[in-house]
Design a protein around this ligand. Structure first.
Ligand code: MEV
Length: 301
């Protein structure tokens, strides 16, 4: 009788302990990103200037239940897959009771990104992990260099126009650029080098080392991406219209060639004019904040 009671009480404590573990909530979030300059070229060892944005993906887990919520447009160049990889990697670390270690989170997220995109630069997961503004360069598979950027100017107000989810994946778009490299190596080299130079100019503008007309840098970057073949005709046409009304826009991310090219990073000195234009053209437009926080260990209640 006594023995049975002890057994029951042990079992009861075990059950309680399991229930407690099962209801324990773990919550993490990771931001989306925009590439100010350097997409595609960064895959070939050129630098990229990246920023985390105020759109996030959150994963909550309790017991065997998991909830994923996100306001990052999916598959449109805003780093939805990287945010998922970073948040998943952070969640694993928490579930295993390991130390919150950004380097470790980023490393595991990069592995996931590689499984999905083939040959990514690792920039997307790195900015989603560390947040803020980053100068990023993949020297080799083993050596990826990045440094936070202190922005020393008053940034213009940025908008995102979503042209729609491209038919092509990031992997497809990386392959499109690789095909040009194969077919026309000198032309490719020339475009990539020029993108590298523009990215440096972006950096000097942001750190206030050189005075520049920011909209001209955006336009130059966009033209080079069009030359690379990662922007669809209808997107290029829309961008020309934005330029005609006094603004500047570029694709941000892998782009898309058949029809939609994902998100555009847009700026315009006259906000009202831009918003009216977007309304007339039935465009999906929203303001975006840059330099936001990276992966976060969220509080649960
Ligand atoms: C995708 O967001 C950016 C690309 O440069 C690919 C990469 O960096 O892995 C197109």
């Amino acid at each position: 009788m006594i023995l049975t009671n002890i057994r029951l009480s042990v079992r009861f404590r075990w059950t309680l302990c399991l229930t407690n573990q099962m209801v324990k909530r773990v919550k993490v979030s990771a931001p989306g990103k925009i590439i100010l300059s350097g997409e595609h070229a960064v895959v070939y060892g050129c630098p990229a200037l990246l920023s985390a944005v105020n759109k996030r993906l959150t994963i909550t887990q309790w017991g065997d239940k998991k909830k994923i919520s996100s306001d990052i447009p999916i598959g449109c160049g805003m780093g939805s897959s990287a945010a998922f990889a970073v948040a998943s990697s952070a969640l694993n670390i928490k579930l295993k009771g390991k130390k919150w270690d950004l380097e470790e989170i980023n490393k595991e997220a990069y592995k996931m990104e590689k499984r999905q995109h083939g040959n990514p630069s690792g920039g997307d997961n790195t900015i989603s992990t560390y947040g803020g503004f980053l100068w990023y360069r993949k020297e080799s598979e083993q050596l990826k260099i990045f440094s936070p950027i202190r922005v020393k100017i008053r940034l213009p107000k940025f908008y995102i126009i979503n042209t729609g989810k491209p038919y092509e994946s990031t992997k497809d778009m990386i392959l499109i650029a690789a095909e040009l490299k194969e077919r026309k190596p000198r032309r490719f080299e020339n475009i990539i080098n020029k993108i590298g130079i523009v990215t440096k100019s972006f950096l000097k503008y942001f750190t206030n080392e050189e005075k520049m007309v920011f909209s001209e840098l955006i336009k130059e970057n966009e033209r080079l991406l069009e030359d690379l073949g990662v922007v669809s005709k209808s997107t290029a046409w829309l961008i020309r219209k934005i330029e005609k009304i006094g603004g500047a826009a570029k694709i941000s991310g892998a782009g898309g060639r058949k029809l939609y090219s994902g998100i555009l990073l847009v700026c315009h000195p006259d906000e009202e004019k831009l918003l009216n234009f977007a309304k007339d053209e039935h465009l999906n437009i929203f303001p975006i904040r840059l330099g936001e926080e990276g992966v976060k260990n969220e509080k649960t209640n």
